[in-house]
Design a protein around this ligand. Sequence first.
Ligand code: PRP
Ligand code: ZN
Length: 297
Amino acid sequence: MKTRDRLRIAMQKSGRLTEPAQDLLNRCGLTFRQSRDKLFCFGEGEPVDLLLVRDDDIPGLIAQGVCDLGIVGRNVLNEYRLTGGRDEAPLAEWRALGFGRCRLSIAVPQELDYQRPEQLTGLRIATSYPGLLGEWLQQRQIDAGVVTLAGSVEIAPRLGTADAICDLVQSGGTLVANQLREADVLLESEAVLAGAQTLPTDERGDMIELLLKRLDGVIQVRESRLLLLQTSRGSLDAITRLLPGGPQPTLLPLAGQPDQLMLQALCAGEVSWRQLEEIKKAGAREMFVLPVEKMLA
Ligand code: PRP
Ligand code: ZN
């Protein structure tokens, strides 16, 4: 097989991860031109192309070397690690991407008083994640039946084909609508960047390293805010104590006012109105909260 010289990233064609994944790659400076069949996107600036596929196919495409990287839920990646092809390249989670957060959970009918996993003994549990569920049950030495379904897992208890389910929960709306209750969490999931455990040694490997560095910058600043304010030296300690996380603030003297300072602080997350009001009470004025677009450490 002729080796590719362009990097290929697989991502979900249409679903919860599609838009945030596209957005993340755009923020890393990658732009694409979509083909007419909407399955392939050609990278315009960098030699990086996208393949739009079903999320469940992504780990296999990487393991078989069709794609170098994939943006996929940790749930899908870990399930594949347990049930996928045995002689394929082992896969790694290169980065957690901070979107598409959900849980893989056991859910039971609302009337069942669930206290501990042992209560599942002898029950039939419907799931699309037989690998992860099987491993969880085995670790706890629980003997339960695993009913593997491709979809619509949540209706299995009502249909009488299972007593409980093991499925993804995000808002919890699906469970409520089906009179089910979340009982135990098997896995905290989010979108991750998956790839082979060893990077290719050619230009594609260099491109992956570059992309990882850009991703780190994007992920780091995505939630960061730059807080600017003015204060007198006397209030500085009180204000510094209220600053939400992040590295040491920078202080600049105001021209012609030796007692007055301008403070600049990088905050690790959102700065709420409440926090601003507290900081103002401590003696700050002229406060600004700015989003951070790029950061290169
Ligand atoms: C998942 C899961 C549930 C639903 C839970 O399906 O299978 O049906 O989301 O979300 P909620 O707690 O916000 O209601 P998804 O929409 O990802 O589709 P899929 O099962 O076809 O992958
Ligand atoms: Zn799916």
